[in-house]
Design a protein around this ligand. Sequence first.
Ligand code: HEC
Length: 156
Amino acid sequence: MTHRGWILGAVLACAPVPLVVAELGSVAAAGEQYVPQLGDIMNAAQTRHIKLYFAGKAQNWDLADYELQRLRTSLAEAAMLYEGIPVNNVTMMVEPLSAIEDAVRAKDSRRFAATVAELTEGCNTCHQSMNRSFIVIRPPTEQPFGDQSFAPPGKK
Ligand code: HEC
């Protein structure tokens, strides 16, 4: 693994990077290597950011944890595949990501909301630093995934 890969793997923890490498490896084995566009990785991150928010709001902590790990993987993937992204912009996401993880594991709604807000600021800080200040992320107001229930199973 490259030095950059090592740093990112170490800071993002929970082994998202080897997972990404494994996923990409299997695609490469089939012939062509598919490299997702950065904007597509970001759209996935956006989806996970929204789902994370609504899962936490509905206190479906298992789902929140799941979305959080997926979001982590998206950010790690962006950093691994796009070397133009400054490492600092990614490592600054590490603290809010672990703070959310703590809140999720503690099932603490108030801390969850505060830490998601902090993460969201991190999204925008990177966008601003990369001449994308027109891409502004905020906590979602409406739940756009009408076909998915965010409540814990068995609850409404
Ligand atoms: C380390 C830097 C960085 C971080 C952190 C980051 N982004 Fe991005 N994001 C980018 C860059 C760069 C682009 C522009 C991609 C392009 O132009 O191809 C982008 C684009 C986007 C887009 C536009 C994609 C589209 O096609 O409409 C969305 C949505 C987005 N990011 C969401 C997020 C969310 C949500 C977070 C936080 C959970 C986040 N980003 C964190 C760098 C970052």
